[in-house]
Design a protein around this ligand. Structure first.
Ligand code: GLU
Length: 322
């Protein structure tokens, strides 16, 4: 080695030891939070609430970017392939991390191996809503209407392989009825068509339907959780008419696999602070979204448990996706 090389190496290592590492300076620019559904849906709503608080804590903007399509797969895949530096993260759901991978024959990404879990955020009830022009006031009426008019009615969802799609297919198989499935790029555009009566039935996530239920522009027939939703105690559960019926959604933050643990920890802390924010707590209460929060390891276990839980239920509906 000549003297110039030795000198260069020495200066290089001195600079490296003086410069702070990427993890130490994180974040020093805006973070993109990919919402894998269109604007106006529940994932978007939860993401915007959490992003606003995280921006304050982190001192950098957390910018929501909607990448809808393929039941959440497009957005999730985009994050799975992003640089593992913490600047591109995902608002994942039971769709991107359990249902879609269970239904798809060819999986674009691995929900476990391709992500670094950050934090579980909320558990979200789904709700069976109809356009008020539909002649059905409760789940029993709807079952009768569908039985008397086979092939006449369709239901909207936020996309193939989402909990809203599963909610519809599970309802069909457990209640013995038929309805055609119409997938959209998210609950937002699906709701627009439901409000316009282009489609008359939808399983939605409760947060995005809440205001429409309250104003009467949509009629809620049942929530999909085992228990009634605390903020809508008058809406029965679907289970009260179709015993054993249960679906729900959750939202959680994920980074690409390989993201440094210090950066994941920083994002986890910011998520935890967001979940303790009185403004976030009060909005989540309105939606009956249950704040859970978690460590990265707890989210990793949650994803594995959810994949196991839904596997036989997905099989029972017979849904597979190409
Ligand atoms: N149905 C999707 C889910 O719960 C979210 C729909 C949306 O936010 O548009 O995973």
């Amino acid at each position: 080695m000549n003297r110039r090389v030795i000198l260069g190496l020495t200066i290089g290592s001195v600079i490296a030891s003086v410069l702070p590492s990427a993890a130490e300076t994180f974040p020093n620019r805006a973070i993109t939070l990919v919402v894998p559904f269109a604007a106006g849906g529940s994932t978007d709503l939860v993401a915007r609430l959490v992003a606003a608080s995280m921006s304050t804590t982190l001192g950098q903007q957390v910018i929501v970017e909607n990448v809808g399509g393929a039941g959440g797969n497009l957005g999730a895949d985009r994050v799975a392939r992003a640089d593992p530096d913490g600047y591109t993260i995902l608002m994942g759901t039971v769709a991107t991390h359990a249902l879609n991978p269970l239904m798809l024959k060819a999986k674009p990404y691995d929900p476990v191996a391709d992500f670094a879990p950050i934090s579980l955020l909320v558990l979200v009830p789904n709700v069976l809503v109809v356009n008020p022009q539909l002649p059905a006031n409760n789940v029993k009426d709807l079952i009768q209407l569908l039985k008397e008019n086979p092939g006449k009615y369709s239901y909207a969802s936020s996309g193939n392989g989402t909990p809203l799609h599963l909610s519809g297919e599970l309802f069909k198989s457990m209640a013995g009825v038929s309805m055609e499935h119409i997938p959209y790029k998210g609950a937002g555009p699906a709701l627009n068509d439901l409000l316009g009566n282009q489609v008359s039935i939808m399983f939605d996530n409760l947060p995005s339907s809440s205001s429409h239920i309250k104003s009467g522009t949509l009629r809620a027939l049942g929530v999909t959780t085992k228990d009634r939703a605390p903020s809508f105690p008058d809406i029965p559960t679907v289970d009260e008419t179709v015993p054993g019926y249960e679906t729900y959604t959750w939202n959680a933050l994920f980074a690409p696999a390989g993201t440094p643990t210090e950066i994941v920890a920083r994002l986890n802390e910011a998520a935890k602070t967001a979940l303790a924010d009185p403004g976030v707590i009060s909005r989540m209460k309105d939606f009956s979204a249950k704040i859970v929060g978690s460590t990265p390891d707890e989210l990793a276990s949650h994803v594995k448990a959810e994949i196991q839980k839904w596997e036989p239920i997905v099989k029972s509906t017979g849904v597979t996706l190409d």
